[in-house]
Design a protein around this ligand. Structure first.
Ligand code: VGL
Ligand code: ZN
Length: 211
């Protein structure tokens, strides 16, 4: 792999309290990515963050739909949508970044999932697969061409961000040990298969630090 360059960016996905132990949608060991990501971020000229940022009554909340439970799937107008506990409510402590995540050098905080009736796993395209977040244009205008992804969750927001970034023409690499998965039945296997078939390379943080 080529050495890190000024056209590379670290894209840190959703390292927020609600996805860490004790949070509303806690991911096992979610906070373990924080020290790894802090170390990685020092090596990049450009650090970008995403923040899951939902309004009350969001379509992805099971509580929005009568008779539905978290972790079920519903038919949204745009296709299947997994339902979750209420999480990452705009302005809440749960939506804040993990307090130990070093965000001082972050050049962009991209919020997503702010439309009440469309969820957005991906940092590029909302879950209707047509509404754009503007990230592709931002990266293009800034000449950022290679993206290293890390954060939460491997099998949802990291997965779809990587797939859409690659499809948008960016060189896309996932830093494996700097991610953790929600791990619903089959979700990690599906993610591994999807990333592999898209030609998305995975590396370990130690390999990256050695570049
Ligand atoms: C995510 C589920 C719901 C994620 C966000 O960041 O992977 N997962 N909202
Ligand atoms: Zn969400």
């Amino acid at each position: 792999m080529d050495r890190l360059a000024a056209t590379d960016a670290l894209l840190i996905i959703d390292v927020q309290n609600d996805f860490c132990p004790g949070g509303a949608l806690a991911i096992a060991d979610g906070d373990a990515v924080v020290p790894i990501i802090n170390r990685l971020a020092k090596r990049f000229d450009h650090v970008l963050l995403t923040q899951d940022w939902h309004p009350a009554g969001h379509i992805s909340f099971a509580s929005t739909h009568d008779g539905r439970a978290a972790y079920e799937t519903m038919d949204a107008p745009y296709g299947p949508q997994a339902l979750w506990p209420d999480h990452c409510l705009q302005g809440s402590a749960g939506a804040a970044f993990h307090p130990a995540l070093d965000v001082t050098r972050a050049e962009l905080i991209l919020r997503k999932g702010f439309r009440v009736d469309i969820d957005s796993y991906s940092a590029f395209l909302e879950n209707d697969h047509s509404t754009v977040t503007g990230l592709a244009g931002y990266l293009q205008e800034r000449g950022l061409r290679r993206l290293f992804l890390c954060g939460l969750a491997y099998d949802f927001c990291v997965r779809f961000s990587a797939m859409d970034g690659k499809a948008a023409g960016f060189e896309t690499i996932v830093i494996e040990d700097a991610c953790r998965a929600v791990d619903l039945p089959g979700s990690v296997d599906e993610t591994n298969a999807a990333l592999a078939s898209a030609g998305i390379v995975k590396i370990k943080s130690a390999e990256l630090l050695a570049l």
